[in-house]
Ligand binder design. Structure first.
Ligand code: AMP
Ligand code: ZN
Length: 112
């Protein structure tokens, strides 16, 4: 499959890994929007939030167990933001479900 994040998970494209287990991979964003900017992805290809189903939602639950562990390891004790862009209007640029962890500074509140 011609998917950038599948290639990163496979090791075909280099990444700055911060966490990996059987079903989840996390790495630093190449164009950080905050002092800490990490992407957390399921190893199995899911295109976006609309691709989450009763069959594959377990990995999303697991991602939300992993996120606090990464945040703690990164020293984000004063807070952080988790974002997932779904589709064109949200500005999604990579069609493999991913959750941005943003932190390390007071983040602007821009919901739209
Ligand atoms: P989104 O716009 O929500 O689809 O997020 C895609 C993110 O992937 C952006 O923040 C990009 O900076 C990031 N990105 C693109 N290519 C790479 C790469 N090779 N390694 C790490 N992050 C990347
Ligand atoms: Zn993929």
């Amino acid at each position: 499959m011609n998917c950038l994040f599948c290639k990163i998970i496979a090791g075909d494209i280099p990444s700055n890994k911060v966490y990996e287990d059987e079903t989840v991979y996390a790495f630093r964003d190449i164009a950080p929007q905050a002092p800490t900017h990490i992407l957390v992805v399921p190893k199995a290809h899911i295109a976006d939030c609309n691709g989450v189903t009763a069959e594959n939602s377990g990995v999303v639950a697991h991602i939300f167990e992993v996120i606090p562990q990464i945040a703690k390891a990164e020293g984000l004790e004063t807070g952080y933001r988790v974002v997932s862009n779904c589709g064109e209007d949200a500005g999604q640029t990579v069609q493999h479900l991913h959750f941005h962890i943003l932190g390390g500074k007071k983040l602007a509140i821009e919901m739209a």
